[in-house]
Design a protein around this ligand. Sequence first.
Ligand code: NAI
Length: 347
Amino acid sequence: MNKKIAFFDAKPYDQKSFSGMNSDYGFDISYFDAKLTPQTSDLTIGFAGVCVFVNDNINAKVISRLVENGVEIIGLRCAGYNNVDFKAAYEKIHVTRVPAYSPHAVAEHAVAMMLTLNRKIHKAYLRTREGNFSLNGLLGFDMFGKTAGIIGTGRIARCLIAILKGFGMQILAYDPRPDEAYAESTGLRYVELDELYAISDIISLHCPLTTETSHLINRNAIEKMKPGIMIINTGRGKLIDTIALIEGLKSGRVGTAGLDVYEEESDYFFEDKSAAMITDDVLARLLTFPNVIVTSHQAFFTSEALRNIAQTTLSNFKEYFAGGYLANEICYRCDSNCIKQQGKRCF
Ligand code: NAI
């Protein structure tokens, strides 16, 4: 299939996994370092499809340029889709995503952050290298018997819950669409957010970013949490009001935070900025806390996930250009983003 695909925000590891997988598909892929923005959208002239990631900005202006340039399909090589204006895309251009490439990868990273923060592995690593073998300040707690509050109980959360149950933790969960059969089979309890905030020792975010969940973790929510709470965010940066989190960390109300995502990550994450000044004062402040770990949207980054991402993204393009059903299409139909997964094209 010799269709031309413009691949934005391409990193060496993307090129390796997509070029390897593309030998089974035969697309004509051009890799661009640039993110897809209104300024770079004319790079798509002559392309039938574009392939984008989490920090490409697929707003109405970009969509309109893509359509003018003859692009028929936007293939997101990620699960989240908060960076696409679906209202603008509807009936003009098809949008597909990779709904699940490795929920295990993200769940395991969330656990890595929990254990690192709890047992202060990041500090111990540096200490012993400096010849400091003291334990002062490294005191942790048993995970066994503690309560984890999980917000959103989709694919990633379910992998995480399975791991945390292995530690012997109690699980509370909040989801506007609770799955009672799943709750019964795993022994978790669905509760309202206030109860989850009040009882949990660790809170982990696994819901999508929507208008409803934007700044879900704000000053008000933090005040309802147990003093010393551990907050883990591998979802999307905007789920947390970062200024409120910093206030909570300064006051000691928030004990620790593991952040794989950040509200304003697009200028920094995935890039080597080690030779530059950090001009984002909020990010710079976050990086000063000894009880905060920031990873650079890394949770998905396993070889299994990269392989699945490449395969599903290229299959999505193949399905589209073959004129068949589009199982992973996302569409805007009602008054909010909806995902039509009935195995056919939306228009
Ligand atoms: P999923 O679609 O399987 O599950 C999402 C769950 O959130 C669903 O059960 C849904 O009912 C629930 N939900 C919806 N609105 C909610 C609300 N207002 N409050 C609480 N729960 C709500 O999604 P999956 O695959 O588990 O991914 C979750 C999120 O993780 C994605 O939306 C994405 O933003 C993020 N993600 C992050 C990655 C990383 O590398 N850091 C990689 C992949 C996904």
